[in-house]
Design a protein around this ligand. Structure first.
Ligand SMILES: [Fe+2]
Length: 216
């Protein structure tokens, strides 16, 4: 059976940009929103471990969108100068990010004050985020692949690493593999630099599990 990781790796030959980290990060957002949806439906959205899971989700989403807005879309704009149709897609990417931010803030307020219909708000966020992620995967990633090089992409990943710092990576790595089939997790971890893989094995993984996010 072809696993998700195999599908991604096969779709990314070595001389082309490898989008694996983009896909696994998007899938982790989807996983967390599924968990938030289930918690809200059960009336448990404000339970402490659910809140901690939600905060982790929003922190990782904020990092992801901030670096895309600050680094990726501007770099693509340079490459796409004089191509209005393609530039319009970047406007859409930014507009979709801008639509999601107030939804996150409204859910934060509802969770903090106990006001508002959290399940309904999470449902709306889920639709908006899925629309955005699938739009990015279907249209923006192929455009990136057509005008950017693997070296450019390494620049984007470097910007992401600088923004995350080591403390962010300590959360991001175990968060990505949370719920992944073990063989997929092992294969994906092999893509990480050996020192980070070692730190994850010795400390980050256990610390993340110990937090019991979402009451898992
Ligand atoms: Fe993305």
């Amino acid at each position: 059976m072809t696993t998700e990781i195999e599908r991604i790796v096969t779709a990314n030959p070595p001389d082309r940009i490898n989008f694996t980290e983009m896909y696994v990060t998007h899938d982790a957002f989807r996983r967390d929103l599924d968990r938030m949806t289930a918690a809200a439906a059960a009336g448990r959205a404000a339970a402490p471990k659910v809140l901690e899971g939600w905060k982790t989700f929003t922190r990782q989403l904020e990092v992801h969108h901030t670096v895309e807005d600050a680094w990726l879309w501007p770099k693509l704009r340079e490459r796409l100068a004089g191509r209005p149709g393609d530039l319009r897609l970047l406007d859409e990417m930014e507009a979709e990010h801008a639509l999601i931010d107030p939804q996150l803030a409204a859910i934060d307020t509802a969770l903090a004050t106990g006001s508002g219909e959290v399940a309904g708000m999470v449902g709306e966020l889920r639709v908006a985020l899925e629309d955005h992620l699938s739009h990015e995967e279907a249209d923006a990633l192929p455009l990136i692949a057509s005008v950017m090089t693997p070296k450019d992409w390494a620049g984007f990943r470097g910007a992401m690493a600088r923004r995350q710092r080591l403390s962010g990576a300590a959360e991001w790595i175990p968060w990505i593999i949370d719920g992944m089939p073990p063989e997929d997790a092992r294969r994906w971890l092999r893509r990480m630099p050996p020192p980070l893989r070692l730190l994850n094995r010795l400390s980050w993984q256990a610390r993340y599990r110990g937090r019991g996010l979402w009451d898992h």
